[in-house]
Design a protein around this ligand. Structure first.
Ligand SMILES: NC(=O)c1ccc[n+]([C@@H]2O[C@H](COP(=O)([O-])OP(=O)(O)OC[C@H]3O[C@@H](n4cnc5c(N)ncnc54)[C@H](O)[C@@H]3O)[C@@H](O)[C@H]2O)c1
Length: 259
């Protein structure tokens, strides 16, 4: 089978660890040149080295998605290095170790910090790559939301995070409308609770075991979700196989939430 993303140039934000890292490794195996746009430079460099060691092509760019100068620089440096931008995966978010607290106890500062990265960051990255995609009259944007935006039990305890992911879903639909005339597809993946360092951080051993078993039991497919469960959907939505799919939200969660 031929690689699905041969010679495509893909920016993946927040790909220094967790699910973003899994996207980056797989995109490189599918023939893409990968830009790891990550606020933690050392992590980004580590993933880029992993890709290079396996025979792929990748660069690490220190990027803070919440800052417009940084996202513009991300797009500019990508084009300087690889000549174009075909794919943007908006994976970066503040999620690591978010505690669970009653919804009214979060502070304004905590609320704003989540929205600056998880919502403004997605918008700024789209804004930065759009001129390049429009110029080539083609592009793929894959946003990452979350099952929490559908009102999963427990999401009230991270109200700001779940609401930010709801905004990502709305932005996906509206940007699909706005960019369709340029042949740019904008879609979204909504992962279920996935076993990453970030989702387990902050939970003690007991909490972690109970989260794992309760989420697995609520699914049609009764097992834990791992980062590799998400990569097939991301590759499909970034490939030419999905050229007539836009504005869609694809839950990848083993059937946790059936509508
Ligand atoms: N793990 C889950 O259970 C789960 C479930 C649903 C959705 N998601 C979403 O999937 C994505 C990845 O989740 P993960 O579990 O791998 O989390 P993670 O925290 O390991 O990954 C997020 C990455 O984004 C980076 N980042 C944070 N702020 C940034 C900024 N301002 N600029 C650039 N990079 C920044 C982090 O350094 C990290 O590498 C996130 O969007 C998350 O909300 C995760």
């Amino acid at each position: 089978m031929s690689p699905m993303l041969q010679d495509k140039v893909a920016i993946i934000t927040g790909a220094g660890r967790g699910i973003g890292r899994a996207y980056a490794l797989r995109f490189a195996r599918e023939g893409a040149k990968v830009v790891i746009a990550e606020v933690l430079l050392e992590n980004a460099q580590k993933v880029a080295r992993e890709i290079e060691a396996a025979g792929g092509t990748a660069i690490a760019l220190q990027t803070d998605v919440s800052q417009e100068t940084s996202t513009n620089e991300m797009a500019k440096k990508t084009v300087e290095r690889f000549g174009k931008i075909d794919i943007l995966v908006n994976n970066a978010a503040i999620y690591y170790g978010l505690p669970r607290k009653p919804w009214h106890t979060w502070t304004v500062e905590e609320w704003d910090r989540i929205f600056a990265v998880n919502v403004r960051g997605v918008w700024l990255c789209c804004k930065a790559v759009a001129p390049y995609m429009q110029q080539q009259k083609k592009g793929k944007i894959v946003n990452i939301a979350s099952g929490t935006a559908s009102g999963t039990p427990g999401a009230t305890q991270r109200l700001h995070y779940a609401t930010s992911k709801g905004a990502v879903i709305t932005m996906t639909r509206l940007l699909a409308r706005a960019m369709g005339e340029h042949n740019i597809c904008v879609n979204c993946i909504a992962p279920g609770a996935t076993m990453t360092e970030a989702s387990l951080a902050g939970l003690d051993a007991g909490g972690s075991a109970s989260l794992k078993s309760s989420t697995a039991q609520a699914r049609c497919i009764k097992r834990e979700e791992v980062p590799e469960d998400l990569v097939g959907a991301a590759v499909f939505l970034s490939s030419e196989d999905s050229d007539f799919v836009t504005g869609q939200i694809l839950p990848v969660d083993g059937g946790s939430w059936l509508r």
